[in-house]
Design a protein around this ligand. Structure first.
Ligand code: SF4
Length: 311
């Protein structure tokens, strides 16, 4: 196997998937100042890396500023990210706030610290975004994070709710974007190896990974291994919702259903089994790898960030 060729293919695929997600959801516009949240993990390093590549070639002009929150966890190597970011020559800001001590003081020993920790982190990052004049906050969640959230919400929250590619923040002040929304985690794992990112371990706080999230992640990985393409189709399903075939009375007017006397393309098939056609865009990409690429939204044909196969 030609390693350099494989790496180049991976780079092209990552740029294409990120560019396509940005275009599909209008994540970045001309003149944006995008605050890229860096944790020191493979996902956020990859996010910054790919956005920098797109910044060089996309016609839209936008700024990137990398931000890391040093939460004063024991053993956090405070010099790793500044050194890395200086070597890139990119604007950055390190915000130091000892949320670790607060969480340790407030949460009883043995109880999970994540919910208070992430609430504190969110508030600080919103303030930093305001102070930096950021117009978008970019997070490193990827396809598998989105699908895990979907399943967790179904299993434990009884809601059909995933993780949005773009949404207003809960305080209403910011627009949060997830440019890695189409990217499978396995590609990010490989990209982190290729790029030799200086990864900072994510267990410095001593908290264990959320058990249910780990179980759902294992389940998706196992499915992806045994039945390639099905996990990618789950993401496409989130982009092809048929409200009349779900049961949310807020999304579809079941009370108003009447016979029309005309054939209905999406009408009920009565006793027939549902046929299972391939969903739109289910094919492998031109590299032969299955991708989670959406169809461009019908409302717009605007492609600014997405690369053509020739790029
Ligand atoms: S794993 Fe640690 S750093 Fe992450 S949210 Fe939980 S307590 Fe905070």
């Amino acid at each position: 196997m030609d390693v350099a060729f494989e790496n180049r293919k991976l780079e092209k695929r990552l740029c294409r998937l990120v560019g396509q997600a940005i275009d599909d959801y209008h994540m970045i516009e001309d003149g944006d100042r995008v605050m890229v949240c860096l944790s020191g993990g493979k996902d956020s390093y990859s996010l910054l890396d790919i956005l920098m590549r797109l910044q060089r070639r996309a016609p839209a002009r936008f700024e990137l500023i990398a931000v890391n929150l040093d939460q004063k966890q024991p053993g956090f190597p405070a010099d790793v990210l500044p050194n890395y970011l200086k070597s890139l020559g990119i604007p950055f800001h390190i915000e130091t706030q000892d949320t670790y001590s607060i969480v340790k003081r407030v949460i009883p020993e043995g109880k999970t610290m994540c919910s208070l920790c992430s609430r504190l982190r969110r508030g600080i990052l919103y303030r930093v975004a305001r102070e930096l004049g950021a117009t978008k906050i970019a997070l490193g969640h990827h396809r598998d994070d989105i699908l895990q959230t979907l399943l967790l919400n179904m299993f434990f929250g009884a809601r059909l709710k995933g993780m949005p590619p773009k949404l207003v923040s809960d305080n209403g002040e910011h627009v949060v974007i997830r440019p890695l929304a189409y990217v499978p985690e396995k590609d990010l794992i490989r990209w982190a190896e290729v790029r030799q990112f200086p990864i900072i371990p994510c267990n410095l706080c001593g908290s264990q990974q959320h058990l249910q999230r780990k179980q759902v992640g294992d389940l998706l990985r196992e499915w992806d291994r045994r039945f390639p393409g099905r996990v990618a189709n789950m993401l496409k399903a989130l982009q092809n919702v048929v409200p009349s075939h779900l049961m949310d009375r807020g999304l579809y007017d079941f009370a108003g259903v009447r016979a029309t006397g005309r054939p209905q393309a999406d009408g009920d098939l009565a006793f027939d089994e549902e046929e299972l056609p391939a969903p739109p865009g289910a094919e492998a990409d031109e590299d032969g790898d299955e991708t989670a690429v959406a169809q461009p939204p019908a409302a717009t044909g605007r492609r600014v960030f997405a690369l053509t196969p020739a790029d």
